[in-house]
Ligand binder design. Structure first.
Ligand code: GLY
Ligand code: MN
Ligand code: MN
Length: 461
């Protein structure tokens, strides 16, 4: 945990951003895997962590905007709990550690909430994303579960997004701790990826490295010789000479901040000429677009720039044709680059996405595109100092999508389907870095991890 003042100050800022009422943060609870006592790894809600710091199940944070008081509510452990779990701190002690003015029991919290409800005061809460929390908030506030999302506070969402989007220096330090683990992961991968080994052996190594730091991965590992499947969570394939392996992985720092890195490796240690050609387009896309990450630029424009680099490169290879700008405007590039260039990152790998993607990545003045490909862009808004985002272009040959578009004759003025067929079993290539927007320009976070053909081949030799 950070020192108590960090959480106190964050809550002060929030108090100043909300007009009036009471704010209720319901922390996460343990989630059973197959029976109640056998639970999934516990992960606290990130906004709760941000304002109240405690990585423990069953707690609530309450802020009274009108009298300025804040509270931690929870249940003290009984001797039975302590027999199974060891000595546990009292709620009052935990409250001190995060600087909340008051602490109390759950029934005391219900009194506070009921008093506020009876007085007709506004109770702000964030849209819960777990079933348990939906039911819990529903019961606490007397709102039907199906209506909970609609009653969540847009004022609170906007205030939290505004605050969490601008990372403090200590948060950057945390992200770089996670990236240090990522560095070690890719060091190991450069040595361990070899023909005849299985994908699951590689994920085992990654989990081992992360576990050695007492950490967990920040999302389920994507590691596949079928990189054309964007989020492939199966790891049963044997890796063979000639395969490309996408490794998209991340770790959590001690304070639960994420890293999110992707590299694509030739399983044999050497890229074929055909693989090099496509790889270099993706490399150009990540290097060029990263240079444009700076305050005042719209990330959507940077995304469109990546799309043009990709379409231009594929045109040079004879896979696309016609005017590149027109092809991108029409959305033809999305056959090969169907996702967005990146997303915000912080306590969540897709930071704050539980609050609603458009609140994070778009402004009221920006309309989200409904065009295939660009519609998936999670971050489009103008960049501001303190944002941490990913830059992650890719080129994929997705047989089902190619077949579909070809049959429909889609974008046939921009796509050379006969040539694309020659790449049908190519797979995919993605490269991804985590980038901080600074007052001027940007900084690619963490130690550099090789991402050129030459550097990757050298490291694998
Ligand atoms: N790790 C998932 C992503 O890159 O967004
Ligand atoms: Mn990412
Ligand atoms: Mn990723």
């Amino acid at each position: 945990m950070f020192e108590s003042n960090v959480y106190k100050k964050r809550r002060e800022v929030l108090k100043n951003n909300i007009s009036s009422g009471i704010v209720l943060f319901s922390g996460n609870v343990d989630s059973p895997m197959n029976y109640p006592a056998n639970t999934f790894h516990f992960r606290q809600d990130s906004t709760f962590l941000y304002y109240f710091g405690l990585n423990k199940p069953g707690f609530y944070g309450v802020i009274d905007i009108d009298n300025g008081e804040d509270y931690l509510f929870g249940t003290d452990f009984t001797i039975d709990d302590i027999i199974w779990m060891g000595p546990q701190p009292l709620v009052s002690k935990l409250s001190e550690s995060i600087g909340t003015a008051k602490s109390g029991t759950i029934s005391e919290m219900k009194d506070v909430l009921n008093k506020a409800i009876n007085a007709g005061r506004k109770i702000h809460f964030l849209p819960p994303y777990r079933g348990e929390n939906v039911l819990d908030v529903s019961a606490l506030l007397g709102i039907a579960p199906a209506m909970i999302k609609g009653y969540s506070s847009i004022e609170l969402i906007n205030s939290v997004v505004k605050q969490r989007s601008h990372k403090e220096e200590r948060e950057i330090v945390e992200i770089e701790k996670a990236l240090k683990i990522s560095s070690e992961i890719y060091d190991a991968m450069f040595k361990q990826v070899k023909p005849g080994k299985y994908e699951k052996e590689m994920t085992g190594i990654i989990e081992g490295i992360v576990g050695k730091y007492g950490a967990v991965t920040s999302f389920p590992i994507i590691l596949s010789i079928h990189g054309e499947t964007l989020h492939n969570h199966g790891h049963e394939n044997m890796m063979s000479d000639g395969d490309l392996l996408i490794i998209d992985s991340g770790a959590e720092s001690p304070e639960y901040y994420a890293s999110d890195i992707t590299r694509t490796l030739p399983v044999s240690g050497k890229f074929s000429d055909k693989q090099k050609d496509v790889f270099r387009i993706v490399q150009k896309a990540i290097e060029t677009t990263t240079e444009f990450v700076q305050p005042g630029r719209k990330y959507k424009d940077i995304h469109m720039m990546a799309a043009e680099i990709i379409a231009g490169g594929l045109k040079d290879l004879g896979l696309m044709k016609g005017n590149v700008e027109d092809a991108v405007k029409e959305g033809a590039h999305a056959l090969f680059f169907p996702h967005g260039l990146g997303h915000m990152m912080g306590l969540d790998v897709h930071d704050m996405e539980n609050l609603g993607e458009n609140y994070i990545g778009y402004t009221d003045e920006m309309e989200r595109s409904d065009q295939f490909g660009t519609a998936y862009l999670r971050l489009a808004r103008e960049l501001e100092p303190g944002f941490v985002l990913t830059v992650e272009p890719g080129i994929y040959f997705i047989p089902a999508l190619i077949d579909k578009w070809r049959t429909e004759g889609k974008h046939k003025d921009f796509i050379n389907y006969d040539n694309v067929e020659k790449y049908i079993d190519f797979g995919g290539i993605r490269l991804e870095d985590d980038v901080l927007v600074r007052e001027k320009g940007h900084r690619v976070l963490g130690e550099p991890i090789p991402k050129s053909v030459e550097d990757i081949e050298n490291r694998m030799a």
